[in-house]
Design a protein around this ligand. Structure first.
Ligand code: ADP
Ligand code: MG
Length: 700
């Protein structure tokens, strides 16, 4: 078969999509199911039986013996509990999968974090099929499982997962957009959020990984002196991809294509041994599920290549960390609302959306920051080449000038003279490239979408995207409310607005920009002055997870999520509790792991180095050799004081762990790390018990 045919026929082969639906279901049922999917409605119970029957046959034809409801619990990973199709009826084995099994599942919820939403004696949780994300086949080396993407909630109906709030936030945004679109005289349409999630990751040889308990247990190196060569030469980014890595990437892409995931771009990233995979953007809910499968595929395929994929935000100190840039946009009636487009008549709508996003991000920077908080990302935000922890927006100079004119309410200050009209002459054509020179902003407008760069590489996109949808829903809703109050709508034909409409809109956007433009920052986010400037502007800067998560406890934020039907106060509180606890647990695990490595691996190595040096020194003295003894003595002093520091560092960490305070634990870990990284250069290479940065970063 030609490669072209092979790739296109394989694409989506393991997804119960259009083709499978038409092959395995009757015409009538196929039509009903397709309508359900297109409209995002729950499955019609009357066709559930036939759909289940069809899906089972399709799955069994592809080697599946089991099925599972696949969901996104609040741990941030995915969950599955497999059941065989096999049932014994009257002593006979049969294969069965009922409509009920397809629509709902009842996994025991007691072992998933619920943040107090469900106590163990009310352990029942329900999973419900989300038909907008198609069923797919997950393969392992000798079999396959049918996976049905589901939402997961408690028996009270409260959501226990990340998908439910995401779907609700999409509904909220849809509602606000419809309100706005009516005012703009747009015909009734379907709104859709889109997401393209760029995934960064590191690869390391599995043999090294096995010898690093820190990587095995925590996903990052807790110790390690910098390699002589790191990323100084800037020779890795977009460099030639080594053959071993390219064959790994190829296998990953093949897996993803089978799952209907449009993996598109692959390249070396900035740090050595760091890479990126970017898919073509898709509808947000699907793209979120797909990103979870991308992370799965990266991990699984790496094993087959003798590699380990590190999805941690900061596996190595001193070189770049990994992020997951969330490229987000929203369309209505098939048209991207963040695309300035060529038609000047679209400008008013584009500028309204742009101002809405600016307003949303400024008003709720704390929530966006909270949505990317986590023990791993704490090491990345504000560090090497990562966006700072202060949330600001980059719009580029051209748009900044346009916004400036809106704010001032006149066009004569700008390059283009003339009267201010939002619809027609305010916006110059924006060349796509001119808007994205900046790589340091946590939230950047990139031509026809926003790129939220603060999310860490391991995060589930649902969290940040739920927040973004909700806050934009609020801003759009507010602007629409003001337009309604101005009573200017209704007269405008699509694309052509009355002067009254323009004037009203101008005033609304002007007022919004006056209040919220402080969040626009087009400079270099890595500059030391920026945090100071940000403070002057009153922008929040939450440096670590606990301070970032505090946003989830604010009354006004609970009201926001409740107002837009995204989360109840209890649901929000539960997220706060879970995330805070997860943070504390991760820090404790890291602390205990650092202590164990230090006392069980490093300490003995330093002791034997010391002993050997001591013996050499003593022997030299005894036999009366004097050359070299000064150096030996100096080494002894260095190793000896290193040993002392090591001992006290371990004791200090032990104490911090005992006290159970995360910040003192992290400080003690840092002190211990400084001691150990210095000792790494004083102990013989053969004796050092951990693979070094130079090994792991360059030999994969
Ligand atoms: P970068 O320059 O940041 O590496 P690209 O411009 O190649 O990125 O695009 C990054 C991602 O943005 C891709 O996944 C792409 O599909 C996605 N993207 C493009 N247009 C949209 C859109 N309208 N909505 C969401 N994502 C989009
Ligand atoms: Mg990017």
């Amino acid at each position: 078969m030609m490669e072209e045919t092979k790739t296109t026929t394989a694409f989506g082969a393991d997804v119960f999509g259009k083709e499978a639906i038409n092959t395995y279901l009757s015409k009538d049922t196929a039509k009903k199911l397709q309508a359900t999917i297109d409209e995002g409605k729950p499955l019609d119970a009357s066709i559930a039986g036939e759909v289940a029957h069809g899906i089972r046959h399709w799955a069994m034809d592809r080697g599946a013996t089991h099925y599972t409801h696949w969901f996104l619990p609040m741990t941030g990973s995915t969950a599955e509990k497999h059941d065989a199709f096999l049932e014994i009826k009257n002593g006979e084995p049969i294969m069965q999968f009922s409509g009920k099994n397809l629509i709902v599942g009842e996994p025991d919820a007691s072992s998933f974090p619920s943040g107090g939403l469900r106590s163990t004696f009310e352990a029942r949780g329900y999973t419900a099929w989300d038909p907008t994300s198609p069923a797919f086949i997950k393969r392992h080396s000798n079999g396959a499982t049918l996976c049905i993407p589901t939402a997961f909630c408690a028996y009270t109906g409260e959501s226990l997962d990340k998908k439910t709030p995401l779907l609700r936030s999409m509904q909220a945004l849809d509602k606000s957009l419809r309100r706005l679109m009516t005012l703009f005289g747009r015909p009734e349409g379907h709104s859709a959020c889109t997401l393209g999630a760029e995934q960064e990751y590191f690869l390391v040889d599995k043999e090294y990984w096995k010898k690093r308990p820190d990587l095995v247990l925590t996903g990052r190196t807790l110790f390690g002196a910098p390699s002589a060569k790191g990323q100084q030469l800037e020779d890795h980014y977009f460099g030639t991809i080594p053959d071993r890595i390219l064959s790994f990437m190829n296998d990953v892409e093949r897996e993803l294509w089978k799952l209907g995931i449009p993996a598109k771009t692959r390249h070396n990233e900035v740090a050595p041994a760091q890479f990126e995979l970017a898919p073509q953007f898709e509808e947000l809910n699907l793209a979120t599920d797909h990103n979870m499968l991308v992370m799965d595929a990266l991990r699984n395929v790496a094993e087959k290549h003798g590699l380990k994929c590190l999805l941690h935000e900061k596996p190595y100190a001193g070189v770049n960390g990994s992020g997951k840039h969330n490229n987000w946009s929203v369309s209505y009636g098939g048209k991207n609302l963040l695309d300035p487009g060529k038609d000047p008549n679209d400008n008013a709508l584009f500028l309204t959306m742009l101002c809405a996003v600016i307003e949303a991000v400024d008003k709720h920077a704390d929530l966006l920051r909270a949505s990317v908080a986590g023990a791993g990302n704490d090491h990345r935000l504000g560090a090497n080449e990562a966006p700072p922890a202060v949330i600001s927006i980059y719009v580029g100079d051209q748009l900044a000038e346009v916004l400036d004119r809106i704010e001032k309410g006149r066009a004569d200050k700008g390059k283009q003279a003339g009267t201010m009209k939002l619809g027609s002459d305010v916006l110059p054509t924006i060349p796509k490239d001119a808007t994205d020179r900046n790589r340091t902003s946590p939230f950047a407008f990139t031509g026809n979408k926003f790129e939220f760069r603060a999310p860490g590489s391991s995060v589930c996109c649902a969290g940040p995207m739920t927040v973004l949808n909700t806050i934009v829903a609020e801003a759009v809703d507010r602007i629409a409310g003001e337009l309604e109050a101005a009573k200017v709508a209704g007269k405008a034909k699509p694309g052509e607005h009355t002067a009254a409409f323009h004037n009203a809109l101008q005033k609304i956007l002007q007022a919004s920009l006056k209040e919220h433009k402080r969040v626009v920052f087009n400079g270099n986010g890595y500059e030391a002055d920026w945090p100071k400037e940000a403070e002057k502007r009153g922008l929040p800067n939450a440096p670590d997870t606990p301070s970032a998560l505090a946003a989830l406890t604010k009354k006004e934020n609970a009201r926001l999520f409740e107002k837009y039907g995204v989360m109840t106060k209890r649901e929000l509180e539960s997220r706060h509790e879970i995330l805070l606890e997860e943070y504390a647990k991760k820090v404790r695990i890291e602390g205990a792991c650092a202590r164990d490595i230090a006392s069980e691996m490093i300490l003995p190595a330093v002791k034997s180095e010391y002993l050997e040096t001591l013996q050499a020194f003593a022997t030299a003295e005894k036999v009366g050799v004097f050359s070299g003894t000064a150096a030996l003595k100096e080494a002894l002093v260095e190793l000896g004081s290193g040993l002392d520091q090591l001992k006290s560092g371990i004791a200090r960490l032990d104490e911090a762990l005992h006290d159970g305070k995360e910040n003192t634990t992290l400080c003690a870990m840092q002190v211990l790390r400084t001691t150990i990284d210095a000792l790494e250069r004083k102990v013989a290479d053969k004796r050092w018990p951990l693979p070094k940065y130079r090994d792991m970063l360059f030999l994969y």
